[in-house]
Design a protein around this ligand. Structure first.
Ligand SMILES: [Mg+2]
Length: 169
């Protein structure tokens, strides 16, 4: 189990992650955080860009599931129903529990799984602890509140280490 806060790969936004890239890593199950990874929290419904990205993943045989810490079940439930994807709620990331439950539901091993998110202390840490590929994106809509700006700044050194490691490969 890795307690690393360093994501394995860093991208600008979710749709930089393509089926070809996931196939390259042997990933058949993509798990994703919702808030600020796929949409800002105030956005109630998925937009066309997100729908197209999910449709393309499905068309290439990638199973997609949302793993969220969001406690307001209704929004996640409605968002995912609208998107036509399953979700694992109350994941308690950085606990591995939500990721493990999602892998079990999809019959996927850690080697076949990636977890996408915007936060190191929840999404990336949970992914690294669970032994799945950790993918990070910049927060959707940017850092807006003072707390988000602080968090953004605190995450930067770990993101820099990720960029550094990947430039060496
Ligand atoms: Mg998030």
């Amino acid at each position: 189990m890795s307690l690393s806060l360093i994501p394995q790969r860093l991208y600008e936004r979710y749709d930089d992650i393509t089926p070809a890239l996931l196939h390259e890593y042997g990933v058949t199950l993509l798990l994703s955080d919702l808030d600020f990874t796929l949409a800002p929290t105030k956005v109630r419904r998925p937009d066309d860009r997100l729908r197209a990205w999910i449709a393309n993943l499905h068309a290439h045989g990638i199973t997609f599931m949302i793993v969220s810490n969001n406690r307001s079940g209704q929004r996640v439930r409605e968002f995912c129903a609208d998107l036509g994807v399953p979700y694992q709620g109350h994941a308690n990331k950085p606990s591995r529990r939500g990721i493990r439950a999602a892998m079990e539901r999809a019959h996927a091993s850690p080697e076949q799984t990636a977890m996408l998110g915007d936060k190191l202390l929840t999404d990336v840490l949970a992914a690294n602890r669970a032994g799945v590929l950790s993918l990070m994106v910049e927060p959707c809509g940017g850092a807006v509140t003072p707390w988000q700006k602080v968090l953004h700044a605190l995450q930067e050194p770990f993101k820099a280490l990720c960029r550094c490691r990947n430039s060496e490969n």
